[in-house]
Design a protein around this ligand. Structure first.
Ligand code: HEM
Length: 162
């Protein structure tokens, strides 16, 4: 195995594969609440960068739904973290924020989308990823769209599967 770049040490708790233990909950004022499962994978190749994929599925049918992939960087010597993300919906985003202990709190800094992205368009994203004392990983995502203020869209917890 390639040795972890020491710059990534503060984020090493993310590395590996995670699976939702119970379905996550999706909500938003404009949609019907839904349940989903999700697999996360965080890896590295020795660079000061984490590579990740998030793959979500319909909780009942197992049909693939939302997918994201990207990179995570940390500004050396600081607790400033950046996520560089591409989503299958046609959205790309930069999120930045801070690492405090085992909690990452991020806000979108820039969003881009394909010309034929579905409306309403997302205008802002907030995300919290944290390792809980019980060893589970928790993720919550909030978003603002053209017609809704920043409101929670996703909440889910994962157990490490490898
Ligand atoms: C709906 C964005 C992640 C499942 C939506 C809508 C937006 C959105 C803008 C439409 C809201 C409206 O009509 O007012 C995002 C963003 C995500 C994300 C930015 C990640 C940062 C996910 C994930 C799932 C998911 C992980 C898991 C399956 C859904 C479903 C709907 C929805 C089922 C309602 C039906 C639909 O519009 O397709 N999302 N979403 N989303 N999202 Fe997400």
């Amino acid at each position: 195995a390639v040795e972890l770049n020491p710059i990534l040490k503060p984020l090493s708790w993310l590395l590996g594969t995670w699976e939702s233990d119970e379905p996550g909950e999706g909500t938003f004022p404009t949609i019907k609440p839904f349940r989903y499962t999700e697999k996360l994978h965080f890896s590295h190749v020795g660079q000061p960068v984490i590579n990740f994929t998030f793959n979500a599925f319909h909780a009942e049918s197992n049909k693939p739904l939302h997918r994201e992939c990207g990179f995570i960087r940390i500004q050396p010597g600081t607790n400033k973290v950046a996520f560089i993300i591409a989503q299958n919906s046609g959205l790309v985003e930069i999120e930045e924020g801070e690492l405090t202990g085992n909690q990452l709190k991020l806000q979108s800094q820039s969003l881009g989308r394909i010309s034929f992205a579905k409306e309403p368009h997302v205008q802002q994203i907030g995300r919290v990823l944290q390792l809980r004392p019980d060893g589970k990983l928790e993720q919550t995502v909030s978003m603002a769209t053209d017609n809704q203020p920043l409101t929670q869209h996703l909440s889910i917890t994962y157990s490490r599967s490898s």
